[in-house]
Design a protein around this ligand. Structure first.
Ligand code: HEC
Length: 256
């Protein structure tokens, strides 16, 4: 009896454990966000999981996620990683700027100042100053969240933060989406896909050239497919995320 059951248990273990072990290893190898201990509950916009969030709400959500990473880096006094994570906040502030109406632009300016203060504190490796800067950010991002949005955002330009921080944020957002999917949080995964659509516009604006434009456009289109997918099954969405990754790989192959 036992020897009949045991191999089955072994096979079951393979099916259930291997994917999760592989995922954990993949997450560990990824140098972006710190380990997800004690992640502060980011305010997920209340969206129907069959519908995509609005870009502004999605960007605010990603801002809160990355602010959570900043908090964790500061908690371990890792100023180098804090400095990297805070550049994600700069890129997201740029992206929010193009989605906020003229009457809300002073709130974008205040958010930029608040982020710059954290950049400076990280550079100076000043824990007290960094803590103060981090504590000031929730209020600044809330102000932007309630500012009037735009139905037709302004065109994206080159990010102030430059290419590498933009690419790190694209990479981190893709990882956040997959991690959300792994826990079955379809709404969060779609919300990150909306952020990827937005970031692809910034990627397109970063360089001239027809090939670059079309490859950034492919990424935007693939992410848009996920964002507007009516699927609520994480497995289905995972397949769509593979298509997004194919766009990442296609461009990287071309650039090398
Ligand atoms: C339109 C082109 C393009 C697309 C699309 C693109 N990338 Fe990149 N990516 C680059 C270039 C260029 C570099 C820098 C040179 C290189 O390493 O190939 C880069 C570098 C990277 C790096 C290394 C960053 C470092 O530390 O130097 C990562 C990670 C990355 N990309 C992830 C992604 C992910 C994930 C996606 C898709 C969600 C993506 N990229 C989509 C062009 C692109």
């Amino acid at each position: 009896m036992f020897y009949l059951v045991l191999p089955r248990i072994g096979r079951l273990l393979c099916w259930f454990l291997l994917p999760s072990i592989m995922l954990s290893v993949a997450l560990m190898l990824h140098a972006g966000p710190p380990p997800a201990t004690d992640l502060p509950a980011a305010g997920l916009p209340p969206v129907d999981s069959t519908k995509a969030a609005q870009p502004k709400a999605a960007l605010v959500f990603a801002f809160q996620t990355n602010l959570g990473y900043c908090r964790q880096w500061l908690a371990t006094n890792d100023f180098k990683s804090l400095g990297q994570s805070v550049t994600a906040l700069s890129v997201l502030t740029d992206a929010l700027g193009r989605n906020v109406a003229e009457s809300g632009q002073e709130k974008i300016t205040s958010l930029h100042h608040a982020v710059d203060e954290l950049v400076a504190a990280a550079k100076a490796a000043d824990a007290g100053r960094a803590q103060q800067a981090i504590d000031a950010l929730p209020k600044a991002i809330e102000a932007v969240e309630t500012a009037p949005g735009l139905d037709h955002p302004r065109p994206a330009t080159k990010t102030v933060a430059s290419f590498t921080p933009l690419m790190h944020l694209i990479d981190g957002t893709f990882t956040d989406a997959k991690a959300a999917l792994a826990t079955g949080d379809v709404t969060a995964a779609k919300t990150y896909a909306v952020v990827l659509v937005e970031l692809a516009q910034w990627l397109a604006a970063d360089r001239a050239g027809a090939v670059w434009q079309s490859q950034a456009g492919d990424l935007a289109a693939a992410a848009q497919d996920v964002a507007s997918s009516t699927a609520i099954d994480p497995k289905l969405l995972r397949t769509q995320f593979h298509d997004v990754y194919a766009c990442c790989a296609a461009c990287h192959q071309r650039q090398r």
